[in-house]
Design a protein around this ligand. Sequence first.
Ligand code: HEC
Length: 195
Amino acid sequence: MKRRAAITFTAALLGLGLWSITALSADDDDKKAAQEAVLKLVDAMNKGGDVKGQIAAITQKFDELEPIMWVYKPKKKGGIGMGKDGVDDIELTLGKIGSPTGKAKLTPQKLAGMKADLIKVGELSRAVALISEQDKYVQNYGKKNAAKWKDYTKEMKKGAEELLKAVKSDSVNDVKKAANNLSASCTNCHSDFRE
Ligand code: HEC
């Protein structure tokens, strides 16, 4: 009897192990699929086409925003990231660049080196904002205050547009301001709505 109990116990443990492995990889698959979908959306937005269908398909496929927002994570964590080989976390970097107390001193040279990356961040954020403002996510996440949720998605979109404009005109000050605004939209929405 004892031996049997031990066998049952081991089998249960094995089952649990397998279960967590499948749960983990499903999560990773979701993030990979979301990243591909977001990059395709960015592409289509850059071409100026109609993206309504694409956004509807993304909204239908993903019940949660987490895999979508994961694009901001460093590459080695399964996101896109920025900097050499995507090692930098986009959210943290935006915060540093935008910080009015100026921890990261952005010079014209530094800006030139980051230009392509910052354009990517602006384009990604414009796309993620369009997804986040969809009714399904307003309902899933913005229950407490739908108007506020929508405001944050608008601020995110505006910050992204400002960043794109500032980077393309090589203005250090405007880039700092835009990064600060965009970063504030992330931080404010997270502190109000992320659990
Ligand atoms: C309109 C609200 C809103 C805005 C704006 C927003 N986020 Fe999020 N974000 C969320 C919510 C809600 C979650 C949690 C989703 C979940 O757990 O299903 C989240 C999750 C994330 C995650 C996933 C990992 C984690 O830390 O939970 C990252 C990374 C992230 N956001 C980055 C950003 C960045 C960077 C910006 C700004 C450029 C941003 N977000 C703007 C609402 C927002």
